[in-house]
Design a protein around this ligand. Structure first.
Ligand code: CTP
Length: 398
């Protein structure tokens, strides 16, 4: 298991809202991501779900009382505050947000927060009118100014039956915010990284396309890894089955032409361009306006060459390409370093075990502009991404 939460100490604060049931899922997913999770519940939260439910998921004591004589910690709030790599309050009620803005410390959660110096994520959940109240808005603005990461709230159905702003974000989005909070001052802070992902789709007619097997997982992992090191990330992606990652500017495109235009627009301000997308080299010369009907004859489709985005993108950024090869991996990849004037290429043998399309792992070979070859072991795509970003960091132009 690899990822930004592995072996991290997360304090999960849970305050009284019906969205407490979602915090159970968050606790479970934090555990699955390899984190150590200490839960602190407000009295209100214990009215919605039991401490036992969290304890069963985290395998650790749940704090509900500042004055518990049986606590394993001598001074609980200070002990938890010192250990924490990040504190996340999900759900955070209006009342809890107001207390944080004032710096009040009258229960185990708020005392822990006042004693802590680690990043804090606050995920509000409340009725739409409570969220819109000027006091709530002012309190959230105060927290934001203080560097607190405000996660959401999302828009959708509320417990009141009404629809509006106030829903607790879903677990994957919360995990994204937590990773971001831990890494926002990381070694890529202040840098803009443009990443492409997915396989482009070139229309034959309104219902058919030419595409490839790219899942987009490598590009999405790169975008998340760059975000988790503090970069400002633009992810230009062809259609995939993956959810938009939190706190990343996601630009959806379909064709190679659209991808080229989006990349050129964002690359101008970029410090690095990492082309993980599988861009079609050819597209149907003419896409039919209407669905092509079956006939007794064979059908020939004339293809035209697309523009090579990586080769032609203008700007003074670090240029990283991918080479998915089924034979002569290193020789083919080296030729691409030269022909596309790359700073680095990530070569993949698509026939190797654990490296094919859709896999969560990758065995990559990095080749730099001096054609020096570094073979990486089989790693998760997130870890491969960090190895690529380590190299990118050393290549920045200034
Ligand atoms: N690429 C690109 N624009 C294209 C085709 C490819 O920007 N029209 C980028 C890819 O995103 C990748 C790199 O160029 O980072 C190499 O892509 P790849 O498909 O491996 O190589 P090609 O140059 O297309 O050559 P071939 O398909 O013959 O291997």
């Amino acid at each position: 298991m690899a990822g930004p939460l592995k072996d991290k100490h997360v304090v999960l604060g849970v305050t009284g809202s019906i969205a407490c049931y979602k915090a159970l899922d968050l606790a479970s997913k934090l555990m699955q991501a390899g984190a150590l999770v200490d839960v602190i519940m407000s009295y209100g939260a214990t009215q919605f779900v039991t401490p036992l439910a969290f304890r069963s998921l985290t395998h650790r004591a749940v704090v509900t009382d500042s004055f518990d004589p049986d606590s394993e910690y001598s001074v609980e709030h200070v002990a938890l505050a010192q250990q924490a790599d990040v504190i996340v309050i999900a759900p955070a009620t209006v009342h809890c947000i107001a207390k944080l803005a004032l710096g009040l410390a009258d229960d185990p959660l708020t005392t822990t927060i006042v004693a802590a110096t680690c990043p804090l994520v606050v995920a509000p959940a409340m009725d739409g009118n409570m969220y819109d109240h000027p006091a709530t808005r002012a309190n959230l603005a105060t927290l934001k100014e203080r560097g607190v990461v405000i996660a959401g709230p999302g828009i959708g159905r509320l417990a009141s039956g009404l629809s509006g702003v106030g829903r607790l974000l879903e677990t994957p989005e919360l995990l994204g915010h937590i990773s971001y909070a831990m890494g926002k001052d990381g070694d890529l802070a202040g840098r803009t990284v443009v990443v492409s992902a997915g396989g482009t789709m070139e229309p034959i007619d309104p219902v058919r396309v030419i595409t490839n097997h790219s899942s987009g997982k490598m590009g999405y992992a790169l975008a998340e890894a760059a975000r988790d090191r503090g970069a400002n990330v633009v992810l230009v992606t062809a259609p995939t089955n993956l959810a938009d990652p939190a706190l990343i500017n996601v630009v959806q495109v379909r064709t190679a032409e659209q991808m080229g235009a989006a990349i050129q627009e964002h690359a101008e301000k970029a410090d690095a361009l990492v082309m993980a997308a599988a861009v079609a080299d050819y597209r149907p010369t003419e896409a039919a306006d209407q669905k092509i009907k079956k006939s007794d004859d064979d059908l020939n489709i004339t293809l035209s060459k697309t523009t090579d985005i990586l080769k032609t993108a203008k700007g003074n950024f670090v240029r990283v390409g991918f080479a998915a090869e089924s034979q002569n991996l290193v020789a083919n990849a080296k030729a691409k370093v030269d022909s596309k004037k790359l700073d680095l290429i990530v070569a993949n043998d698509i026939t190797a075990e654990g490296s094919g399309f859709g896999s969560d792992t990758n065995q990559a070979t990095l080749i730099d502009r001096d054609l020096v070859v570094e073979e990486l072991p089989l790693l998760s795509k997130y870890d491969v991404s960090n190895r690529i970003l380590d190299r990118v960091k050393d290549l920045f132009r200034d």
